[in-house]
Design a protein around this ligand. Structure first.
Ligand SMILES: [Mg+2]
Length: 260
Protein backbone atom coordinates (compact mmCIF):
# COMPACT_ATOMS: atom_id res chain seq x y z
CA UNK A 1 0.00 0.00 0.00
CA UNK A 2 1.43 3.35 -0.93
CA UNK A 3 2.06 6.20 1.41
CA UNK A 4 -0.52 8.46 -0.24
CA UNK A 5 -3.29 6.01 0.54
CA UNK A 6 -2.07 5.56 4.11
CA UNK A 7 -1.94 9.27 4.77
CA UNK A 8 -5.21 10.12 3.11
CA UNK A 9 -7.22 7.64 5.17
CA UNK A 10 -10.49 8.85 3.64
CA UNK A 11 -11.73 5.82 1.73
CA UNK A 12 -14.28 3.51 3.20
CA UNK A 13 -12.61 0.42 4.60
CA UNK A 14 -12.41 -2.42 2.17
CA UNK A 15 -14.20 -5.60 3.11
CA UNK A 16 -11.87 -7.59 0.93
CA UNK A 17 -9.18 -9.77 2.36
CA UNK A 18 -6.32 -9.02 0.00
CA UNK A 19 -4.95 -12.52 0.59
CA UNK A 20 -8.14 -14.12 -0.73
CA UNK A 21 -7.91 -15.37 -4.27
CA UNK A 22 -11.46 -16.59 -4.89
CA UNK A 23 -14.81 -14.87 -5.20
CA UNK A 24 -13.74 -11.26 -5.41
CA UNK A 25 -15.31 -8.53 -7.49
CA UNK A 26 -14.35 -5.03 -8.50
CA UNK A 27 -17.44 -3.07 -9.55
CA UNK A 28 -16.84 0.06 -11.64
CA UNK A 29 -19.97 2.23 -11.79
CA UNK A 30 -20.67 4.85 -14.41
CA UNK A 31 -22.40 7.88 -12.85
CA UNK A 32 -24.50 9.92 -15.30
CA UNK A 33 -27.44 8.00 -16.71
CA UNK A 34 -26.60 4.90 -14.69
CA UNK A 35 -26.82 5.99 -11.05
CA UNK A 36 -28.30 9.47 -11.49
CA UNK A 37 -30.07 11.79 -13.91
CA UNK A 38 -29.82 15.58 -13.84
CA UNK A 39 -32.14 17.25 -16.32
CA UNK A 40 -30.97 20.19 -18.46
CA UNK A 41 -28.49 21.44 -15.85
CA UNK A 42 -26.17 18.56 -16.81
CA UNK A 43 -25.61 20.21 -20.19
CA UNK A 44 -26.00 23.72 -18.86
CA UNK A 45 -22.86 23.59 -16.73
CA UNK A 46 -20.84 22.67 -19.82
CA UNK A 47 -22.24 25.56 -21.84
CA UNK A 48 -21.59 27.97 -18.97
CA UNK A 49 -18.01 26.76 -18.50
CA UNK A 50 -17.20 27.13 -22.19
CA UNK A 51 -18.79 30.56 -22.28
CA UNK A 52 -16.79 31.60 -19.20
CA UNK A 53 -13.51 30.74 -20.89
CA UNK A 54 -14.05 31.21 -24.62
CA UNK A 55 -16.43 34.15 -24.32
CA UNK A 56 -18.90 32.76 -26.84
CA UNK A 57 -22.24 31.03 -26.38
CA UNK A 58 -22.07 27.37 -27.42
CA UNK A 59 -25.82 26.76 -26.89
CA UNK A 60 -27.42 24.53 -29.49
CA UNK A 61 -24.17 22.77 -30.31
CA UNK A 62 -25.87 19.35 -30.39
CA UNK A 63 -22.84 17.47 -29.05
CA UNK A 64 -23.98 14.20 -27.46
CA UNK A 65 -22.53 13.55 -24.03
CA UNK A 66 -23.47 9.94 -23.16
CA UNK A 67 -20.46 7.79 -22.33
CA UNK A 68 -17.93 10.49 -23.19
CA UNK A 69 -15.33 12.00 -20.87
CA UNK A 70 -15.53 15.63 -19.80
CA UNK A 71 -12.37 16.62 -21.72
CA UNK A 72 -13.72 14.84 -24.81
CA UNK A 73 -17.05 16.68 -24.56
CA UNK A 74 -15.36 20.03 -23.96
CA UNK A 75 -13.15 19.61 -27.03
CA UNK A 76 -16.12 18.56 -29.18
CA UNK A 77 -18.14 21.59 -28.07
CA UNK A 78 -15.20 23.91 -28.73
CA UNK A 79 -14.91 22.29 -32.16
CA UNK A 80 -18.43 23.57 -32.97
CA UNK A 81 -17.16 27.08 -32.22
CA UNK A 82 -14.56 26.66 -34.97
CA UNK A 83 -11.60 27.19 -32.67
CA UNK A 84 -8.46 25.73 -34.12
CA UNK A 85 -7.01 22.65 -32.45
CA UNK A 86 -4.18 24.44 -30.72
CA UNK A 87 -6.52 27.03 -29.28
CA UNK A 88 -8.95 24.43 -27.96
CA UNK A 89 -6.15 22.40 -26.36
CA UNK A 90 -4.89 25.58 -24.71
CA UNK A 91 -8.35 26.36 -23.36
CA UNK A 92 -9.07 22.82 -22.17
CA UNK A 93 -7.57 22.86 -18.64
CA UNK A 94 -9.15 26.25 -17.96
CA UNK A 95 -12.51 25.01 -19.26
CA UNK A 96 -12.31 21.96 -16.98
CA UNK A 97 -11.58 24.21 -13.99
CA UNK A 98 -14.57 26.35 -14.96
CA UNK A 99 -16.66 23.20 -15.32
CA UNK A 100 -15.80 22.21 -11.77
CA UNK A 101 -16.68 25.67 -10.49
CA UNK A 102 -20.00 25.70 -12.37
CA UNK A 103 -20.84 22.18 -11.19
CA UNK A 104 -20.07 22.99 -7.55
CA UNK A 105 -22.19 26.15 -7.81
CA UNK A 106 -25.05 24.14 -9.27
CA UNK A 107 -25.07 21.50 -6.53
CA UNK A 108 -28.35 22.70 -5.02
CA UNK A 109 -29.96 22.83 -8.47
CA UNK A 110 -28.75 19.31 -9.26
CA UNK A 111 -30.53 18.16 -6.11
CA UNK A 112 -33.79 19.78 -7.25
CA UNK A 113 -33.82 18.88 -10.94
CA UNK A 114 -32.10 15.49 -10.72
CA UNK A 115 -32.56 12.19 -8.98
CA UNK A 116 -31.27 8.68 -8.53
CA UNK A 117 -32.54 5.90 -10.75
CA UNK A 118 -34.71 3.12 -9.27
CA UNK A 119 -32.90 0.68 -7.01
CA UNK A 120 -29.59 2.57 -6.98
CA UNK A 121 -29.31 3.22 -3.24
CA UNK A 122 -30.41 -0.31 -2.34
CA UNK A 123 -27.97 -1.95 -4.76
CA UNK A 124 -25.02 0.21 -3.67
CA UNK A 125 -25.79 -0.43 0.01
CA UNK A 126 -26.10 -4.18 -0.49
CA UNK A 127 -22.85 -4.39 -2.46
CA UNK A 128 -21.01 -2.19 0.06
CA UNK A 129 -21.85 -4.78 2.70
CA UNK A 130 -21.09 -7.81 0.53
CA UNK A 131 -17.92 -9.73 1.36
CA UNK A 132 -15.41 -9.73 -1.47
CA UNK A 133 -16.79 -6.67 -3.26
CA UNK A 134 -14.91 -3.44 -3.83
CA UNK A 135 -17.00 -0.82 -5.63
CA UNK A 136 -15.94 2.52 -7.04
CA UNK A 137 -16.70 4.56 -10.16
CA UNK A 138 -15.37 4.65 -13.69
CA UNK A 139 -16.63 7.93 -15.07
CA UNK A 140 -15.98 10.52 -17.72
CA UNK A 141 -16.48 13.23 -15.10
CA UNK A 142 -13.32 14.99 -14.00
CA UNK A 143 -12.29 13.95 -10.51
CA UNK A 144 -13.67 16.91 -8.51
CA UNK A 145 -17.01 16.77 -10.36
CA UNK A 146 -17.25 13.05 -9.70
CA UNK A 147 -17.15 13.87 -5.99
CA UNK A 148 -19.70 16.70 -6.29
CA UNK A 149 -22.16 14.63 -8.30
CA UNK A 150 -21.98 11.58 -6.03
CA UNK A 151 -22.30 13.79 -2.96
CA UNK A 152 -25.55 15.39 -4.17
CA UNK A 153 -27.55 12.32 -3.19
CA UNK A 154 -25.07 10.82 -0.71
CA UNK A 155 -24.04 7.96 -3.01
CA UNK A 156 -20.39 8.50 -2.07
CA UNK A 157 -20.96 6.78 1.27
CA UNK A 158 -21.01 3.36 -0.43
CA UNK A 159 -18.11 3.84 -2.86
CA UNK A 160 -14.33 3.80 -2.47
CA UNK A 161 -13.66 6.99 -4.42
CA UNK A 162 -9.92 7.10 -3.77
CA UNK A 163 -9.51 4.31 -6.33
CA UNK A 164 -11.91 5.77 -8.93
CA UNK A 165 -10.90 6.23 -12.57
CA UNK A 166 -12.15 9.51 -14.04
CA UNK A 167 -12.01 11.91 -16.95
CA UNK A 168 -9.10 13.56 -15.14
CA UNK A 169 -7.04 10.43 -15.82
CA UNK A 170 -7.62 10.24 -19.57
CA UNK A 171 -9.93 11.75 -22.20
CA UNK A 172 -10.27 8.22 -23.61
CA UNK A 173 -12.71 6.08 -21.63
CA UNK A 174 -11.07 2.93 -23.01
CA UNK A 175 -7.98 3.72 -20.91
CA UNK A 176 -9.87 3.86 -17.63
CA UNK A 177 -10.31 0.21 -16.58
CA UNK A 178 -6.53 -0.40 -16.53
CA UNK A 179 -6.09 2.84 -14.58
CA UNK A 180 -8.64 1.67 -11.99
CA UNK A 181 -6.91 -1.71 -11.71
CA UNK A 182 -3.53 -0.08 -11.12
CA UNK A 183 -4.97 2.32 -8.55
CA UNK A 184 -6.70 -0.47 -6.63
CA UNK A 185 -3.48 -2.48 -6.60
CA UNK A 186 -1.39 0.52 -5.46
CA UNK A 187 -3.77 1.93 -2.87
CA UNK A 188 -5.63 -1.12 -1.60
CA UNK A 189 -3.07 -3.83 -2.22
CA UNK A 190 -5.48 -5.94 -4.28
CA UNK A 191 -4.68 -7.20 -7.78
CA UNK A 192 -7.85 -7.96 -9.70
CA UNK A 193 -7.90 -9.90 -12.93
CA UNK A 194 -10.07 -8.35 -15.65
CA UNK A 195 -12.40 -11.35 -15.34
CA UNK A 196 -13.18 -10.25 -11.76
CA UNK A 197 -14.17 -6.78 -12.93
CA UNK A 198 -17.67 -5.57 -13.83
CA UNK A 199 -18.26 -2.25 -15.55
CA UNK A 200 -21.84 -1.01 -15.13
CA UNK A 201 -22.96 1.73 -17.48
CA UNK A 202 -25.69 3.02 -19.77
CA UNK A 203 -24.02 3.44 -23.17
CA UNK A 204 -22.12 1.41 -25.78
CA UNK A 205 -18.99 3.31 -24.68
CA UNK A 206 -19.24 1.72 -21.23
CA UNK A 207 -19.33 -1.69 -22.88
CA UNK A 208 -16.40 -0.82 -25.14
CA UNK A 209 -14.15 0.25 -22.26
CA UNK A 210 -14.87 -3.03 -20.48
CA UNK A 211 -14.34 -5.18 -23.56
CA UNK A 212 -10.95 -3.76 -24.53
CA UNK A 213 -9.50 -5.36 -21.40
CA UNK A 214 -11.76 -8.42 -21.12
CA UNK A 215 -13.85 -7.15 -18.19
CA UNK A 216 -17.53 -7.97 -17.75
CA UNK A 217 -20.18 -5.40 -18.51
CA UNK A 218 -23.73 -4.82 -17.34
CA UNK A 219 -25.73 -2.18 -19.20
CA UNK A 220 -28.65 -0.37 -17.66
CA UNK A 221 -31.24 1.14 -19.99
CA UNK A 222 -32.05 4.08 -17.74
CA UNK A 223 -30.06 6.62 -19.75
CA UNK A 224 -30.83 7.97 -23.17
CA UNK A 225 -29.91 4.75 -24.94
CA UNK A 226 -32.95 2.86 -23.71
CA UNK A 227 -33.83 0.25 -26.32
CA UNK A 228 -30.48 0.53 -28.10
CA UNK A 229 -28.52 -1.61 -25.67
CA UNK A 230 -29.86 -5.08 -26.47
CA UNK A 231 -27.74 -7.12 -28.83
CA UNK A 232 -24.50 -5.20 -28.23
CA UNK A 233 -22.91 -8.14 -26.44
CA UNK A 234 -23.04 -7.03 -22.81
CA UNK A 235 -23.10 -9.84 -20.24
CA UNK A 236 -26.48 -8.57 -19.07
CA UNK A 237 -28.85 -5.70 -19.87
CA UNK A 238 -31.21 -4.41 -17.20
CA UNK A 239 -34.14 -2.05 -17.73
CA UNK A 240 -33.12 -0.43 -14.46
CA UNK A 241 -31.73 -1.58 -11.10
CA UNK A 242 -35.09 -1.96 -9.37
CA UNK A 243 -34.87 -5.77 -9.13
CA UNK A 244 -32.26 -5.40 -6.41
CA UNK A 245 -31.93 -9.12 -5.62
CA UNK A 246 -31.30 -9.99 -9.28
CA UNK A 247 -28.73 -7.22 -9.73
CA UNK A 248 -26.86 -8.12 -6.54
CA UNK A 249 -26.90 -11.79 -7.54
CA UNK A 250 -25.03 -10.93 -10.73
CA UNK A 251 -22.59 -8.37 -9.31
CA UNK A 252 -21.68 -9.98 -5.98
CA UNK A 253 -19.66 -13.19 -6.06
CA UNK A 254 -20.97 -16.39 -4.58
CA UNK A 255 -18.90 -17.32 -1.58
CA UNK A 256 -18.63 -20.78 -0.12
CA UNK A 257 -19.80 -20.77 3.45
CA UNK A 258 -21.24 -17.25 3.13
CA UNK A 259 -24.63 -18.40 4.41
CA UNK A 260 -25.12 -18.09 8.15
MG1 LIG B 1 -23.45 7.32 -18.46
Amino acid sequence: MDQAADSRGGGRPSRIDSAATMGRRLILWDIDGTLVWWGPIGRGVFDDAIHDVVGRDPAGHGVSMGGKTDPQIALEIMDTLALDDGEAAEHLPVVLDALHRRTAEAEAEFRITGGTHPGVEEVLARLAAAPGVLQTVLTGNVEPNMRVKLGVFGLDRWLDLDVAATGSDSPDRRALVPIALTRVADRRGISFDPGEVWVVGDTPRDLECARVVGAHCALVATGRNAGALDGLGADVVWRDLSDVDAVVAVLAPERDGAAG
